[in-house]
Design a protein around this ligand. Structure first.
Ligand code: PMP
Length: 398
């Protein structure tokens, strides 16, 4: 039977990484990979996480099964973090959060929850979106489509076109939105635009599904959930898929959560049983280590303060790099206006290069990006910024 299987081509980003790893050029830069890096190019364990891991090691007496909800202290703390501690829906017990294996796991469970509720539902993605969205939701049994989002001419949002497309949708549709730090384009709606989108969702009755993989990386932990708070006010139902991979730097521990806001406390409780039944058939129970660590951090004032400062440092470094990059590109004499990089946020932006220019960057300068010219800003640092700008200038002028 298995001889019928054919090899699947690798993810293009892995090809970029493999080529980078083999390149002997000491000045090489990998702008493809999607993890945060510090000024030294490392992705260290956050000190708050390390302290909590030590404490967990002391405290933990058993690794017996926890059950389908996983670490309940984590679920409760994440609900407060992503909806805001003063969320009316939280006080009305209309929100249920269940930990999942990473944000990816949360998205897959979300797809299955939607399919269980309505097998004919269609999910709509921003054009463009994180490539894995377009794989996860069909794998979870849903049909999909796209709505206009990024405008490569202005490097901003196609808000009117987006609203027109969303205005055609209704109760059989789910709309996937990025809460902040849009991957891959770095562009988010502003507050009044979020309010208009949420109002439209309320009027048309489509289900908002919010992916929050970068809380704390745009304006701050308490501001980056703006979209979620606005949708929770305007819509009776909402799904949030959140990830702790970036803001706790716990990528390989696979920590995330699905949160469902329902029209009543009873409905929320019912939906949680649906989530448990779906995950039971898949991975049975979620992994506990990462959530147990985060449970410790978020229930300890000193560790919470330390972690918040660490997230602030990562955000400030990215925003500082964005400003530095814009200034150095302008100072180098490049004619094209790159000031949009400072108006965008998070780790990712498009440089707006052709595939030919991307290849020249790779071949002539050992600067690696995916063909879309999406770059991870956090891969830059004071030591490689000038080299990157000289490579960029050369391919733009060549
Ligand atoms: N959503 C988006 C937009 C992402 O960029 C990522 C990570 N690259 C995820 C979800 C999933 O993150 P993870 O499964 O690693 O928690």
């Amino acid at each position: 039977m298995l001889e019928h299987l054919q090899a699947v081509p690798p993810d293009p980003i892995l090809g970029v990484l493999a080529a980078y790893n083999q390149d002997p050029n000491p000045n090489k830069i990998d702008l493809g990979v999607g993890v945060y890096k510090d000024e030294e190019g490392r992705t260290p364990i956050l000190p708050s996480v390390l302290s909590a891991e030590r404490e967990l090691l002391e405290r933990q007496t058993s690794k017996s099964y926890l059950g389908p909800t996983g670490v309940t202290g984590f679920n409760e703390a994440i609900s407060r973090l992503i909806f805001g501690a003063d969320s009316p829906a939280l006080n009305e017990s209309r929100i249920r959060t269940v930990q999942t294996p990473g944000g990816t796991g949360a998205l897959r469970v979300a797809a299955e929850v939607i399919r269980t509720a309505n097998p004919d539902a269609r999910v709509w993605f921003s054009d463009p979106t994180w490539a894995n969205h377009t794989a996860i939701f069909p794998a979870g049994g849903l049909q999909s489509g796209t709505y206009p989002y990024f405008d490569p001419d202005s490097n901003g949002l196609r808000f009117d076109a987006m609203m027109e497309a969303l205005g055609q949708l209704g109760p059989n549709d789910a709309v996937l939105l990025h809460a902040c730090c849009h991957n891959p384009c770095g562009v988010s709606p502003d507050e009044s635009q979020w309010r208009e989108i949420a109002e439209l969702a309320g009027q048309r009755g489509f289900l908002p599904v919010i992916d929050m993989a970068y809380q704390g990386f745009e304006r701050g932990l308490d501001d980056d959930n703006l979209a979620i708070r606005v949708f929770a006010e305007q819509c009776p139902e909402l799904i949030v898929a959140s990830s702790c991979s970036k803001n706790f730097a716990m990528y390989r521990d696979r920590v995330g959560a699905i949160s469902v806001l329902a029209s009543s406390a009873q409905k929320a409780a019912d939906i949680e049983t649906v989530i448990h039944s779906l995950t039971r058939k898949n991975y049975s129970m979620p992994p506990a280590h990462g959530p147990a660590v985060i449970d410790i951090i978020l229930h300890d004032d000193a560790l919470t303060a330390q972690w918040r400062a660490e997230v602030g440092d990562m955000r400030d470094r990215i925003n500082g790099l964005r400003a530095g990059l814009v200034a150095r590109i302008a100072a180098s004499g490049v004619e094209r206006d790159f000031s949009f990089l400072e108006r965008q946020a998070g780790m990712f932006s498009f440089l707006g290069l052709t595939v030919d220019q991307v290849q020249k960057l790779r071949e002539q300068f050992s600067i690696y990006t995916v063909n879309s010219a999406r770059i991870n800003i956090a891969s830059l640092n004071q030591a490689n910024l000038d080299y990157f700008v000289s490579g960029l200038k050369s391919v733009l002028e060549g």
